[in-house]
Design a protein around this ligand. Structure first.
Ligand code: ZN
Ligand code: ZN
Length: 371
């Protein structure tokens, strides 16, 4: 960990006319300063004024934790506050001193708690408050080789969980039972936390964000299994496979699943520098629409992934950002037949210098489990 990311954020903030960045516990703070702080009501914040040195505002009782983290090696000035101090006033006065006057524009993290954002606003009443996303996303969207290797390790770990699905996903078990086994396996295979376990069997598969229920898996069910976790370094996995349990698919399911698979392959194949995010979405959507299933593909094609499971760039119509090498995101088209069933295929991919690298292995065909 070096101070380089903080300095890069300061440069982009200055370019964007932002006088002060304020980033609280969460992925932005972890990304920029290496401090994986616990979010709570007491203010912890990395403050990056456009001129002068950045600093950390921390509750005094947590100052030793900063020193013990990678942030402790960055040479950031630590402003520790006591329980009865006004931490926001401390932040405001230190930033104002560095800038020479109160900041006109302050940007806070998109996932900063409202009580902290409003506290900053109250302490700097003449400042316009906005979001730091345009600044930090520009950095976070483009992964370094080391970050891509972390995502690749997470991808391999979640692939190993999918590879054992025949052990857990059987006829007669509830989604909740299957999900509990999957959650244990997510940890056993190398994650430190479980982000989500979606087991959408039969009609539940038509609800893309269905998680778990007491529904019992039936012979012949299609089952959407979308799972992900967090690794020790904070990087995330996210992979969907669709299974058919205890019997093969009907002819109709086989027909539209082939369309879905072709769409997912076309979208992945379209990834290369200069292609826009919305073109990657269109590459999947066109295949599904041309085959007549367009109204059943009810979400964007994907999302960036890194220290958050969902982050920029979003792979969606209207996002004309061009891909550059190092961008990592999901390609996850789905087809959903309300009241009946659904299917989704999701891989994490990375834009490379000359194309695409996929961080999940197959199989992308409908996986038949004996049940
Ligand atoms: Zn997913
Ligand atoms: Zn996803």
């Amino acid at each position: 960990m070096t101070i380089d990311r903080v300095h890069a954020a300061r440069e982009i903030a200055a370019e964007n006319g932002v006088d002060l960045l304020v980033l609280t516990p969460g992925s932005d703070l972890r990304y920029l300063a290496g401090y994986d702080a616990h979010a709570m009501e007491r203010l912890t914040a990395l403050a990056v004024p456009r001129t002068g040195e950045p600093f950390l505002v921390v509750p005094r009782l947590e100052a030793p934790m900063v020193d013990a983290s990678p942030a402790g090696t960055l040479g950031l000035e630590l402003l520790a506050w006591d329980e009865t101090d006004d931490a926001f006033a401390l932040l405001a006065s230190a930033a104002t001193a560095r800038l020479g006057s109160a900041p006109a524009r302050v940007a806070v993290g998109a996932r900063t708690w409202a009580e902290h954002a409003l506290g900053v606003q109250r302490a700097l009443p003449g400042s316009a408050l906005g979001l730091a996303s345009p600044v930090v996303d520009r950095l976070r969207m483009v992964k370094s080789p080391a970050e891509i290797e972390e995502l690749a390790l997470a991808g391999a770990a979640i692939d190993r969980v999918h590879a054992n699905m025949d052990v857990w996903l059987t006829v007669g078990r509830t989604e909740a039972q299957v999900g509990a086994d999957i959650a244990a396996a997510i940890i056993a295979e190398g994650h430190t936390g479980v982000d989500f376990t979606i087991v959408g069997s039969g009609p539940n598969g038509a609800s893309p964000h269905h998680e778990l229920s007491d529904r019992v898996v039936q012979a012949g069910d299609l089952v959407v299994v979308d799972i992900g976790g967090e690794t020790a370094t904070g990087y995330r996995s996210d992979c969907t496979r669709t299974y058919v349990v205890g019997g093969g698919p009907s002819a109709e399911v086989a027909e539209w699943y082939a369309v879905l698979q072709a769409a997912q392959a076309a979208s992945t194949a379209a990834v290369r520098p200069g292609v826009t995010a919305e073109q990657i979405d269109a590459a999947a959507r066109d295949v599904i629409e041309d085959a007549g299933w367009g109204k059943h593909f009810i979400h964007r094609t994907g999302h960036g992934i890194g220290l958050d499971t969902h982050e920029a760039p979003y792979i969606v119509a209207g996002n004309d950002i061009p891909l550059v090498p190092g961008m990592a995101f999901s390609v996850e088209p789905g087809i959903y037949l309300a009241g009946d069933c659904g299917a989704r295929i999701e891989d994490i991919v990375v834009c490379t210098e000359d194309g695409v690298r996929t961080l999940n292995d197959g199989p992308r065909e409908l996986v038949e489990l004996p049940g």
